[in-house]
Design a protein around this ligand. Sequence first.
Ligand SMILES: NC(=O)c1ccc[n+]([C@@H]2O[C@H](COP(=O)([O-])OP(=O)(O)OC[C@H]3O[C@@H](n4cnc5c(N)ncnc54)[C@H](O)[C@@H]3O)[C@@H](O)[C@H]2O)c1
Ligand SMILES: [Zn+2]
Length: 383
Amino acid sequence: MNSRLDLSFVVSYRHQIFFTENAFAVKNTILKELVGVAKVLPIIDAGLVATSPAVVSELIEYAKAHQIKLTRAPIILTGGEECKKDQTVVNAVLAAIEEDAICRHSYVLVIGGGALLDAAGFASSIAHRGVRLIRMPSTTLSQADAGVGVKNGINAFQKKNFTGTFSPPYAVINDFAFLKSLSPKNLRDGLVEAVKVALLKDPEFFKSLEKDSRELAAGNLTLISACIRRSAELHALHITQGGDPFELGSSRPLDLGHWVAHKCETLSKYRLSHGEAVAIGLAVDVLCARELGLFSKSESERVIDLLVRLGFQLYTPELEINHGDSLMQGLEEFREHLGGQLTLILPTVIGQSTHVHSLSSEVVKKVTAELGHRFSSSCAVLS
Ligand SMILES: NC(=O)c1ccc[n+]([C@@H]2O[C@H](COP(=O)([O-])OP(=O)(O)OC[C@H]3O[C@@H](n4cnc5c(N)ncnc54)[C@H](O)[C@@H]3O)[C@@H](O)[C@H]2O)c1
Ligand SMILES: [Zn+2]
């Protein structure tokens, strides 16, 4: 005799994101209030330590002043895409969680760029089936996007984020003081996720990016911080109110340009950073939207102009490897990562978008040829 229990249940999450400056100044109590008397395993990105060595002692002094129970001196781990290339960093974090007896009521505190947050966050989400993670993103891109999301992961089988989990962090602390040590390239990278989310959701924000483009490109930290604040807010609002935080459907409504970006990152063996690749991906997608008659020529040129004014290069030879066929594989990989029907998001006007379920190689190749024609010489000069 067959029988069936068909039950449903709801789990609610809280998504706490703090914006501050100098989180380790003793008078700043955000971190202290979050962790209380629980144990904290601290992990810091080696790239941040290389340019701001004081961050290590500042955290230790802060912990002493507030009687925070750091389980050890901060572990300094390789950051950048290198830390997602295999299990090394994930295993190091797992081993530290085990050695320091971090339980589900203790915290892993990770300070770093999006790549280290992804790798350490993945380890934290599988140790004991999930221990509490506090992220302190230290790059523009991780503060504007990666750090405020609910995804973790590392790369495998030449595919971005193949191994990973959905696991909301316990809290995120965006400390704008970290941005002071970023290279001009890393400082610029995060602006592209702001352009993306403004283009999809907020025409006024897009206009403000256009207005401030010169100062943003010049590295004005006040304007960059404001831009990160709005970008992080739009990403977090989408996750918490968009109806599909764990991407159970077939659409990733914030992933404009990302099918191209992920493929170009992999094809370039990560010479291209995520931010640089997303800029190229946005250029491809807006021109495809124009070709499909979805998006006007004048608005597509506004997007291209903004990206150029912010200092992004909009062409890379990876677009045309194997006459563009390698890039086209990225479309199927993007579909497979989500499952279901191919669903791309493309802009219709600045601030609004629509879904499309196919994109022909003729259109993509036409557009990449156009980008080559318009931008390959500046790419050669700049690189
Ligand atoms: N989980 C998500 O939702 C999500 C979203 C977007 C992007 N990502 C991922 O984020 C990664 C990109 O992150 P990113 O742009 O932050 O780059 P990154 O993490 O690769 O960092 C870039 C470089 O900056 C160094 N660094 C970090 N902080 C620094 C500081 N304050 N000063 C000087 N150097 C510093 C790092 O060591 C690294 O060498 C990609 O792997 C991408 O796939 C994840
Ligand atoms: Zn991205």
